[in-house]
Design a protein. Structure first.
Length: 132
């Protein structure tokens, strides 16, 4: 259940192709090899109202949170997180070069006792893999 939520300042609209950005994150998550393909979700939420630092409207931000289920050790999580952050950061290099910008990424572990899920995508991918 790797669920990525990206919140970003509205002033990035002209600077960042957000559809491409969510795909960069999805692909990087797949490439780590530690997440089940059918569980990966990446979503982006535009923040119209925000305040950064001293209040200048030309400052931008992108904050990503990954929620994932229990079961992966710290070393595995760190390696995957670094790989994903590196891909996202490289994708956003032009934003850093052309504006004042803050990028952050946090990983959170969901407690399985208080996390409910229902998903038939895993089964569909298995059938597809077998049947082509």
């Amino acid at each position: 259940m790797p669920h990525f939520t990206i919140e970003y300042s509205a002033n990035l609209d002209g600077l960042v192709d957000m559809a491409r950005t969510v795909e960069v994150v999805r692909k990087a998550a797949v490439e780590t090899g530690i997440f089940p393909l059918g569980g990966i979700r990446v979503r982006a939420i535009r923040c119209e109202h925000y305040a950064i630092a001293d209040g200048r409207r030309d400052y931008g931000f992108l904050d990503m949170v990954l929620r994932l289920g229990e079961g992966r050790d710290l070393a595995t999580r760190k390696t995957a997180g670094e790989q994903i952050f590196k891909a996202l950061s490289a994708h956003l290099d032009p934003v850093f070069a052309g504006s004042k910008f803050a990028l952050s990424f946090d990983m959170q572990i969901n407690d399985k006792a208080t996390s409910w899920k229902r998903n038939n995508i895993h089964d569909a991918l298995k059938v597809e893999a077998v049947n082509g």
